[in-house]
Design a protein around this ligand. Structure first.
Ligand code: APR
Length: 309
């Protein structure tokens, strides 16, 4: 195996599903879950008992003690409160800020070289909070959102067109919220722009469903929010980092002049490798798409400025 440890802070629905997927794929020697709830030990034991059945050699550890994350190559933060029906991501802001700051300070103490992937909502703001609280270089802190939003777009397109989801290239940028921006010009099926396969009305319906998919799932679940696809999206990002795959993954990253933004976390296409965000890719954007991206960035900026005030 690769002699690596991956840790997850917050072993709720998203955190524990992520841990299990990482183990099934044997992406690390050890996967550590830390939670304030001692039930995390039971979850780890339950998962480890799957190893003879599934054939994985990854060891899963559950702990209430943050020192268990020592020496991790990647730490994922999913600790926080999840949305309930009628609750916006922004409602969660202050409570989750406190939780993410606490987790970030422990990462700084026990895994100062780690790449950090934030999942806690409101996502772009929490990635910013984790960046500030760790004091890590911006390359080593990112948020998981665009990967998930793009996967949802691709899934809905594959359903509509009866196409293999793997054959669809799709990109959703901007903040992880109502202002996310799907990029039809960068969305292709079998190499052809999506506009050649679908009417503008059908495409708009699919984009709206993608934007509202998180809320659609919350309403169907009744308690909690989505976790299978968020966990799968985290695993895609972890895999690109630990295997130095340098995959282009849309995720929340700290821009440094790219697309005209600086010092703000926003969903942009990023190359993920062993050092974290290796590069942010700048695609030419149509003026309408850029205007929507600007609006999305402004919303996140307003919240960040509100936090600082
Ligand atoms: N340290 C460690 N774990 C914590 C802390 C803390 N300070 N505070 C809360 N937790 C844990 C909870 O005990 C719980 O197990 O975080 C976990 C959150 O899990 P869930 O409530 O199941 O939430 P989940 O659906 O996993 O979502 C987690 O991801 O997608 C986002 O909006 C979602 O912000 C939410 C996060």
């Amino acid at each position: 195996m690769n002699n690596m440890k991956i840790s997850i802070i917050g072993a709720g629905q998203v955190g524990s599903t992520t841990a299990f997927l990482l183990a099934l794929k044997e992406l690390a020697d050890e996967v550590v879950m830390v939670d304030i709830n001692p039930s995390v030990l039971g979850k780890a034991l339950d998962m480890n008992c799957c190893s003879p059945l599934e054939g994985f050699r990854t060891k899963i550890t559950g702990s209430t003690d943050y020192s268990a994350i020592s020496g991790s190559a990647v730490v994922v933060i999913t600790a926080g409160l999840a949305r309930t029906p009628g609750m916006s991501r922004e409602d969660l802001l202050l409570k989750n800020k406190e939780i993410v700051e606490g987790a970030a300070s422990k990462i700084k103490e026990f895994s100062p070289e780690a790449v950090v992937i934030v999942v806690t909502n409101p996502l772009d703001v929490m990635a910013y909070v984790a960046w500030k609280a760790t004091g890590f270089p911006k390359q080593r802190v990112m948020g998981m959102a665009g990967t998930l939003d793009s996967a949802r777009l691709k899934y809905f397109l594959s359903e509509e067109l009866g196409a293999n989801p793997r054959e669809i290239e799709g990109l959703v940028l901007g903040a992880h919220g109502d202002s996310m921006v799907a990029m039809p010009a960068l969305t292709k099926i079998g190499g052809k722009p999506v506009g050649q396969h679908l009417s503008p009305e059908k495409l708009q319906k699919i984009i709206s469903r993608t934007q509202n998919c998180g809320a659609e799932i919350v309403n169907l679940l009744k308690t909690g929010s989505a976790y299978y696809s968020p966990a799968s999206s985290v695993v895609t990002m972890v895999q690109s980092v630990i295997n130095d795959e340098r995959k282009v993954v849309p995720c929340s990253v700290c821009a440094d002049g790219e697309y005209g933004y600086s010092g703000i976390f926003l969903g942009l296409p990023a190359v993920l490798g062993k050092d974290g965000v290796e590069k942010i890719i700048e695609y030419p954007l149509a003026p309408e798409a850029k205007a929507l991206l600007n609006k999305s960035a402004e919303e996140t900026l307003k919240i960040i400025q509100g936090l600082a005030a």
